[in-house]
Ligand binder design. Structure first.
Ligand code: GRF
Length: 198
């Protein structure tokens, strides 16, 4: 019998990847249950998406805690409450600290809008345009203590056209992400069913 992986999706903004993952779960394309949204910006649009999809959320303001260890301890309490097995970062604009990393060792993945190790950190799309690369893409990787440095799980290349602007390139990247993230998670969870990941 296969058990559905219970995932928490972490996001800070619009949440179009959150939506794509939730939709894939609902459509039966991804054998996972979106058990919780974790959001570090209570006013973010992703919170509205979670409400509309009837997915519980934990929205918090980092400023109301003394430090990262304190808010990550609170996040872990919520993850435990919702019996979360796995964390999926989707536009969560914050480094994961040692508290959460050690509690979910090898069970946190992220999506980044470039072909890592090129253009890590903020504004990967702007960095790619600025550099003038002809090929960029999307990387899905395990999360470690660094900034977009963990072991790579999957990548997809995207051509940068001569007339691409930030807007058109971001659109292309999002279109790829919305299919590629759920598909990669599905592969990851089916492998996980046979052997523990790392
Ligand atoms: C995505 O491009 C993702 O690669 C990056 O942040 C963006 C989030 O977009 N980490 P959205 O909030 O899912 O629309």
């Amino acid at each position: 019998m296969t058990t559905r992986t219970r995932i928490a999706i972490f996001a800070s903004g619009s949440g179009s990847n959150f939506q794509a993952i939730a939709d894939a779960c609902r459509a039966g394309e991804l054998d996972a249950t979106p058990a919780l949204l974790v959001c570090d910006r209570p006013g973010a649009y992703v919170v509205e998406r979670a409400t509309a999809a009837d997915i519980p959320y934990f929205a918090f303001s980092p400023k109301s805690y003394h430090n990262k260890e304190e808010f990550e301890t609170h996040i872990i309490q919520e993850l435990t409450r919702y019996e979360v097995d796995f964390i999926v970062l989707a536009g969560y604009m914050r480094l994961i600290g040692p508290t959460l990393l050690s509690a979910f060792k090898g069970r946190i993945v992220n999506i980044h809008p470039s072909l890592l190790p090129a253009f890590p950190g903020l504004d990967a799309v702007g960095q790619a345009l600025e550099y003038g690369v002809k090929l960029t893409g999307v990387t899905i990787h395990f999360v470690d203590e660094g900034m977009d440095t963990g072991p790579i799980i999957a990548q997809k290349a995207i051509e940068v056209g001569a007339f691409d602007t930030r807007e058109t390139l971001e659109k292309k990247i999002h279109e790829v992400e919305h299919l590629f993230y759920p598909k990669t998670l599905q592969q990851l969870f089916s492998v996980k069913g046979e052997a523990a990941i790392r």
